[in-house]
Write a protein that binds this ligand. Structure first.
Ligand SMILES: [Ca+2]
Ligand SMILES: [Ca+2]
Length: 565
């Protein structure tokens, strides 16, 4: 592709994108690269922060630069060059965590002061749309994109769309364009890339290795391994980088590499396969979750117009201690490259695991903090929550009951505390030790088609009062045990559980009519079917028979109500 001259690019950017606030006198000039009205979150969130990028300049020298968010306390901004994210003199990058933004309109006021104490300000209106998850199947056609920020999220750098591609206008350290959601797990990305030239300053001690390609399973900058910078500059952890790179000081080391978390090389291409400047190559990379192992990454590159190779050129698997989810970024590290149209395909819409432990008061028995399995011979082989009031239509069923099963429970995931935000429901087994397991009787409970994110988890049981986690829990393909039994505060609300032994808490038994309150109506229900010996809601102590003992459980818990909102 014929590249426009730099002067044309800059002139076009000044017309189209730069928001210049220059005072009538010599106060600093603040250029906000992507405009005074910027929208974030409307597609989803590639990373934990948003970035408002720009440059400040003044003939007399800029002495300070700061910003406020929604009229809050001014925060100082670093100015480039800082050898990493801030490339040129006066460059700034306002990194604001999305959790600090109002859902809706936000006002960022940037204030610059020069050495003569002259001040100028620029106001950026940030429209933030909370709660969106980036569509799992996604593509970008740069020819029809109205702006970069309308289809992607700039993390670093000044980027330009031209000739049906996007490219970093100025070459520097980790120019990143985020595309996708920080909660994505398994996906495949295809993008044509044309390399033009190398910025040899990328061989400096900090940058070390110029390269171009794709960054996978990344959720944003951190304080590791670079701590305390503004903007945040730690680039770890990440899932993997698939790229074409020039090893430090070693032009013979140019090759395709698949680099894992902590910069561990997963696989390198020593076949002699080289990319030619000016030629377009298709970069294709994917990550898939291998249960119990981690992310499996595969990467191939071939010349556009040639048949796609049937095999992957590089591959490797990361461990469960490496990121299990995160977005994809286009990455140019000191390389002039055009990125063509991006195609992202979901490899399964995500899956999260819930590892839960809880006890039911009815069948609870000491010693050993276990539950009886007296109902075992009566338990249905398919989930019992299809009727009112649960109306759950799931098809969970087994051919036989796994060992140790006490009963079926119903789990819900919610993005908030309101019932209207329920995103998933699953029936599962609760075992005598309190562990809640999937249908195989062993595994944590999986929720397919659910993105990694924070969720409140609700446990319901036929004739016990439900409980919900006290706070939203980060659920991902890797499960972390949440144990309700260890403290009253593990569940949401006031006195949500009954203490059944010192330091041991259980769900309240006795809601025989599933009304979410234990009352005399439950006792009446029990007395109406005394001596029934079937799988019966009124058998609240789950002994296998409806008797006066069940009514006594009700009387012990009278007026207890569900604390699940
Ligand atoms: Ca009741
Ligand atoms: Ca009973």
């Amino acid at each position: 592709m014929k590249r426009p001259s730099l002067s044309i690019i800059v002139a076009a950017n000044v017309c189209l994108m730069f928001a210049s606030i220059a005072s009538l006198y010599a106060a600093p000039t603040i250029n906000v690269w992507y405009g005074n009205n910027q929208s974030f979150g409307q597609i989803g969130n590639p990373q934990t922060a948003i970035n408002i990028l720009g440059n400040v300049s003044d003939a007399n020298g800029v002495s300070s630069l700061s910003y406020t968010l929604n009229g809050g306390t001014p925060a100082n901004l670093s100015r480039g060059p800082d050898s990493r994210r801030l490339l040129s003199p006066g460059d700034f990058n306002i990194d604001i965590n999305t959790s600090s933004l109002n859902n809706g309109s936000n006002t960022v006021v940037i204030t610059a002061t020069n050495s003569l104490n002259e001040t100028s300000t620029a106001t950026v209106t940030v429209q933030y749309s909370a709660g969106n998850i980036w569509p799992a199947n996604y593509s970008i056609n740069w020819s029809t994109a109205t702006s970069i920020q309308s289809v992607a999220q700039v993390v670093d750098g000044h980027w330009t769309i031209s000739g049906g591609t996007v490219h970093p206008t100025y070459l520097g350290y980790d120019r990143l364009l985020g595309i996708g959601d920080r909660t994505w797990t398994d996906y495949e990305v295809t993008v044509p890339i044309t390399l033009h030239s190398l910025d040899t300053s990328g061989f400096n001690n900090v940058s070390q290795t110029p390269g171009v390609g794709l960054l996978f399973r990344w959720t944003g900058h951190t304080d590791y391994p670079v701590a305390g910078w503004q903007p945040k500059t730690g680039y770890l952890p990440f899932g993997a980088i698939g790229w074409y790179s020039w090893d430090y000081g070693n032009t013979g080391g140019v090759r395709l590499k698949l680099v894992g978390n902590n910069l561990n090389a997963m696989q390198e291409d020593w076949s002699g396969f080289m990319l030619t400047f000016g030629v377009t190559y298709i970069f294709k990379m994917r990550v898939e979750t291998i249960p119990g192992q981690g992310g499996a990454y595969k990467f191939k590159v071939w010349q556009q117009g040639q048949p796609e190779p049937s095999t992957w050129r590089l591959q490797g698997t990361q461990s469960l201690s490496d990121p299990q989810y995160g977005t994809v970024c286009l990455l140019s590290h000191h390389v002039s490259a055009d990125f063509g149209n991006v195609t992202i395909t979901s490899l399964g819409a995500g899956i999260v695991q819930a590892s839960l432990k809880a006890l039911l008061q009815g069948p609870y028995t000491t010693p050993g903090d276990t539950m009886t399995t007296s109902l075992r011979s009566m338990l249905p082989l398919s989930q019992p929550y299809s009727g009112s009031p649960w109306n759950y239509g799931g098809t969970e069923a087994v051919g036989f009951l796994p060992n140790g099963v006490v009963d079926w429970v119903l789990l819900e995931l919610r993005t908030g505390t309101s019932p209207s935000t329920k995103v998933a429901t699953r029936a599962a087994f609760i075992k005598r030790d309190g562990m809640i397991v999937d249908l195989d009787g062993v595994s944590t409970v999986s929720f397919a088609g659910v993105a990694s994110a924070n969720y409140y988890v609700v446990i319901r049981h036929r004739n016990h009062l439900p409980v919900m986690t006290a706070t939203a829990q980060g659920l991902s393909p890797t499960a972390t045990l949440y144990d309700f039994t260890t403290a009253q505060s593990r569940a949401y609300g006031a006195s949500p559980m009954v203490q059944v032994a010192p330091g041991v808490f259980a769900l309240y038994a006795g809601d025989a009519n599933a009304s979410l309150i234990v009352s005399s109506a439950d006792a009446n229900s029990i007395f109406g079917v005394l001596n029934s010996t079937n799988y019966n809601l009124n058998d609240v102590n789950m002994s296998g028979i409806v008797s006066a003992a069940d009514a006594n459980v009700v009387f012990g818990n009278l007026n207890r109500t569900s604390q699940v909102p």
